[in-house]
Ligand binder design. Structure first.
Ligand SMILES: CC(C)(COP(=O)(O)OP(=O)(O)OC[C@H]1O[C@@H](n2cnc3c(N)ncnc32)[C@H](O)[C@@H]1OP(=O)(O)O)[C@@H](O)C(=O)NCCC(=O)NCCSC(=O)CCO
Length: 252
């Protein structure tokens, strides 16, 4: 791997963006490498949770701007499509995903974090969509995911002004789930990952499917999806075992 570090620390699969001298700017190679390792981790039963983070002082400062000079509209479309397919894949990944935001999470970097299920940020992290200052706007799914997470007013402010915000402010608007001190970032993120890894995996997958796809359809359809997924959970060993355990403790 040229652009990422991959660590298997079961039940955690780490994907560490690794171009620290370029603040982990995302090029086509990185997109391909993340995609390929995610495919492998899908089939690795020992890995139950994926953590994304960055090597050095950034999570990622976004798409690699040095590639932009070569982009005409057709190549830009291809680049955006690759980035967007990656973030779609992460959002709908069959295992839980966590973004451990260790520093700058900007542009495409923030778009990767937004596609994860949960975001934990270091107090010194800065987040934003500075694309407007380059005459463009977020192209890896950011316009759509940000508005769903923080609401239209705040999303438009962030995307139209391009200002970076501090982790504490990101937490206040719901852009990150939790802010922790830099020295506790890894421990807190791992604790969360272990907690997720202990939960029933099929139910987690059903939750992601119902929540993610439920947001794209009328509520009546979303509610029906919820009932269908809920029913499927009753076919799992986890449900049988856990309900049995609960009931047997109480009947003693
Ligand atoms: C993140 C910033 C504010 C950090 O500034 P600073 O600490 O001063 O560090 P720099 O010297 O600027 O950066 C170090 C090194 O990294 C290179 N780099 C940083 N970001 C990128 C990038 N996005 N693409 C390519 N290269 C990048 C920078 O050129 C330096 O390399 P040298 O070889 O030493 O020159 C600051 O770096 C910043 O504002 N970065 C750009 C953030 C941005 O605009 N992101 C959006 C990109 S477009 C996008 O993501 C589209 C998808 O929606």
């Amino acid at each position: 791997m040229e652009t990422i570090i991959v660590k298997e620390e079961a039940p955690i699969g780490w994907i560490i963006l690794n171009r620290p001298d370029k603040l982990n700017a995302i090029n086509l190679k990185m997109i391909d490498e993340i995609w390929n390792i995610l495919r492998q981790m899908e089939n690795n039963e020992k890995i139950k949770v994926i953590i994304f983070t960055g090597n050095g002082k950034a999570f990622s400062a976004g798409a690699d701007i040095s590639q932009f000079k070569e982009l005409d509209p057709v190549k830009a479309w291809d680049f955006a499509t690759k980035g967007r397919k990656l973030t779609d894949y992460i959002e709908n990944y069959p295992k839980p995903t966590v973004a451990m935001i260790n520093g700058y999470a900007l542009g495409g970097g923030l778009e990767i974090a937004l596609s994860c299920d949960i975001r934990i940020a270091s107090r010194n992290a800065e987040l934003g969509f500075p694309e407007i200052n380059l005459g463009i706007y977020p192209g890896f799914g950011g316009t759509q995911r940000l508005v769903r997470l923080v609401g239209k007013g705040r999303a438009l402010e962030l995307i139209m002004l391009g200002d970076r915000i501090k982790a504490d402010d990101a937490e206040k608007i719901g852009l990150v789930n939790r802010v922790v001190e830099p020295l506790s970032l890894e421990k807190e993120t791992k604790d969360l990952a272990f907690k997720l890894a202990d939960k029933p995996q099929v139910a987690l997958r059903l939750i992601k499917t119902v929540v993610n796809h439920g947001m794209d359809v009328p509520i009546s359809v979303g509610l029906t999806m919820e009932s269908l997924g809920w029913s499927i959970a009753f076919a799992t060993e986890d449900e049988k075992k856990r309900v049995e355990e609960f009931l047997s403790k109480r009947s003693k």
